[in-house]
Design a protein around this ligand. Sequence first.
Ligand SMILES: [Fe+2]
Length: 202
Amino acid sequence: MEIDFKNVPKHYASRTHEKMTEVLMDPNGVGPAIHYYMIRGGVDQKNTTVWEPGTISGEYIKTYGHYHIGDLSENYTIAYGEGVALLQKLAENSDGEMTTDVVAEFKAIPVTTGDKIFMPAKFGHLLANTGSTYFVTIDDSPVDFEDRDPASFPGHADYSLVKEMQGFAYYVVEHNGKAALKRNPRYKNILKEDLGGLEVII
Ligand SMILES: [Fe+2]
């Protein structure tokens, strides 16, 4: 087996609380210094993400969330833990550009160890850790180690639409000790949704 070790120093990144305040339900909430850890090996070695457990003002610790640039889908395997995956596709205006505040289709999918999820092209995606342990996933998205910041912000991903809306159309929150959803009021409309049986709280 021949493995090229040259990019190993670029494999690891972590997402800080400071950066996550851009997309939290409560940007002033108290959270851990680091929300999740990424080890990026791309299509060949796969990417591993590890979430801290816990909530910030009731919202479960989650990944920032992004859309893929171009026609790129992604496969996730849940290696360990309990979580909820959120997928959303934005509506397009008459010029074929994505609107920021109307969601054409939204899906919430509760997941557990061993589950697999397919993230279709055009669907923004994030995962929240709803369990009391680390939550660990493996995915197969590509990585280009010539990117400026390949492990933390890969070039195939767009984070700006999520930042602009302070997160996705729902937040995953703890309610009576279990996962529920709370609407992000910045989104005007959701045209189609499948909430995976999760309760919506006001
Ligand atoms: Fe992705």
